[in-house]
Write a protein that binds this ligand. Structure first.
Ligand code: CA
Length: 221
């Protein structure tokens, strides 16, 4: 990277924040640590950041609340939430508040670094998160976090197909259109049907709706 990405770490655990600061520093990040929610809010608002890593359990302002306040004030930098709890409801709550990603403690540092790299990748004009049924699709990460199905990992192809449908949730796509948009290298619309089948197997039948005689659209919420 040309210049060090500016990373704000909001973490009250002194041992963990020290460890992460050293690690991230070695990896080329310019790290600032805030020790509670108030301090985190202040630093996040007064300076420019490329990415924020926010612990959920913070004194002052709790992590999810902090993220929601930052989003409400127009802070757009991507946020990775650290959480000690691992339930679908917790993840959905964090993502709904405006975090892009979350990591459950204890985590592997390699995974943290990979998630940060993903968050720092230049963003396409298309939104990276799309509502899908009772959850959302994280396009870059090929993941769906869903109230019914939990966390589901998709293949790149599955994620691309679902993203095309989810970007225009009321539009019906013909199989030929989907073939062109997602499967440039495939010859027949059979590929579209196969991947619709894969998506339904992973996410439930209702994730993609069949419009008989026309094609497919995203399933209604
Ligand atoms: Ca904590």
């Amino acid at each position: 990277m040309s210049s060090a990405p500016r990373l704000l770490l909001v973490e009250d655990d002194v041992h963990l924040s020290g460890l992460l600061q050293r690690l991230l520093d070695q990896e080329g990040y310019a790290v600032t640590v805030a020790r509670d929610g108030q301090q985190g809010l202040h630093r996040a608002l007064v300076d420019e950041w490329d990415v924020l890593v926010v612990d959920r359990g913070l004194p002052g302002i709790e992590g999810v609340d902090l993220v929601a306040r930052l989003r409400a004030r127009g802070v757009a930098a991507p946020v990775l939430l650290l959480t000690a709890r691992d339930s679908v409801a917790d993840r959905v709550e964090g993502l709904d508040a405006g975090a892009q990603d979350y990591l459950v403690k204890p985590f592997d540092v390699e995974e943290l670094l990979a998630r940060l790299r993903a968050l720092l990748r230049p963003r396409a004009a298309e939104p990276d998160e799309l509502p899908v049924r009772r959850g959302r699709l994280l396009v870059t990460q090929c993941r769906v976090v869903d109230a019914d199905a939990g966390e589901v990992i998709l293949s790149r192809r599955e994620a691309d197909l679902l993203a095309v449908l989810a970007r225009r949730p009321t539009r019906v796509f013909t199989r030929d259109e989907l073939l062109d948009l997602v499967f440039e290298d495939a010859e027949t619309t059979g590929a579209v049907d196969t991947y619709v089948y894969y998506l339904r197997r992973k996410l439930g039948r209702a994730v993609v709706a069949t419009v008989h005689g026309v094609g497919y659209r995203l399933g209604a919420p």
